[in-house]
Design a protein. Structure first.
Lengths: 116, 114
C-alpha cells in the first residue's frame, strides 16, 4: 500500500542552524501539506502546496520557513535559522481529491526536530 | 478561525469498558473527520461525517454528527488495549483558501488498561 515517507525520523540541531525536513508524498497525489505538533499540544497547520506553489500558509510559517518540490517526488520543508520553539514533530501529508471516501489526507510518520 | 474543543483531554479506563469522546465547536462544521494517532506515527483517518444526524460505525467505534453539525462524538464499546492512542477530531478546509487544510482539536489521550 502506498505511503508517505519522511526523513530523517529524528533531527537534532543547534539554535540558529538551518534544517531541511524531507518528505516523499504518495506518487499520484496533488496537494501537499506540512503540519507540526509541539509536545503536548495540538497538530497545527503550517502550509499547503499545490501546482508547484504555496496555496496557503499559517501565521507560524514566517520568513524562516520555506517549502519546495524540486523534482516532482520530494517535498521539503526548510527552516533557515532554527529557534528553540521550533522543536516539535513535523508531519507531511498528501491528498488526491476523489481518490478515497472523505478525501482522506495521508500522513507520514513525522520528523522529530529537537533544537538545542 | 474555527476552534475545535475536544473532551476529555485524558481518559484512562479498564479493558471492556465503554467510553465517549466529544468534539464541539461554536460554528457549524462543513464536515468533520476523526483521526487516531499512535506514538511515533502520523494521524490515520478513521471516518468522515458530513450530514447532520449522521451515524457511522467502524467495528466497535460509533461516530455521531450532531443534527446542527456543531458537535460530534466517538463512542467505543468494550474498549481493548489496542484502542490506546490519541484521538483527534479535525475539520477540513476550516476557512482559508487551500483545499483540504485540516484544523485539529487538541485531542483525547486514551489509555486502556488490561
Amino acid at each position: 500500500e502506498p505511503e508517505v515517507t519522511q526523513t530523517p525520523s529524528h533531527q537534532v540541531t543547534q539554535m540558529g542552524q538551518e534544517v531541511i525536513l524531507r518528505c516523499v508524498p504518495i506518487s499520484n497525489h496533488l496537494y501537499f501539506y506540512w503540519y507540526r505538533q509541539i509536545l503536548g499540544q495540538k497538530v497545527e497547520f503550517l502550509v499547503s502546496f499545490y501546482n508547484n506553489e504555496i496555496s496557503e500558509k499559517s501565521e507560524i510559517f514566517d520568513d524562516q520557513f520555506s517549502v519546495e518540490r524540486p523534482d516532482g517526488s520530494n517535498f521539503t520543508l526548510k527552516i533557515r535559522s532554527t529557534k528553540l520553539e521550533d522543536s516539535a514533530m513535523y508531519f507531511c501529508a498528501s491528498i488526491r481529491p476523489g481518490l478515497t471516501p472523505g478525501n482522506e489526507q495521508f500522513f507520514g510518520p513525522g520528523t522529530r526536530l529537537t533544537v538545542l | 478561525t474555527q476552534l475545535l474543543e475536544q473532551s476529555p483531554q485524558f481518559l484512562s479506563i479498564q479493558e471492556g469498558e465503554n467510553l465517549t469522546v466529544y468534539c464541539n465547536s461554536s460554528s457549524v462544521f462543513s464536515s468533520l473527520q476523526w483521526y487516531r494517532q499512535e506514538p511515533g506515527e502520523g494521524p490515520v483517518l478513521l471516518v468522515t461525517v458530513v450530514t447532520g444526524g449522521e451515524v457511522k460505525k467502524l467495528k466497535r467505534l460509533t461516530f455521531q454528527f450532531g443534527d446542527a453539525r456543531k458537535d460530534s462524538s466517538l463512542h467505543i464499546t468494550a474498549a481493548q488495549t489496542g484502542d490506546t492512542g490519541l484521538y483527534l477530531c479535525a475539520e477540513p478546509n476550516a476557512g482559508g483558501t487551500s483545499y483540504g487544510k485540516l484544523t485539529f482539536g487538541q485531542g483525547t489521550i486514551l489509555t486502556v488498561h488490561p
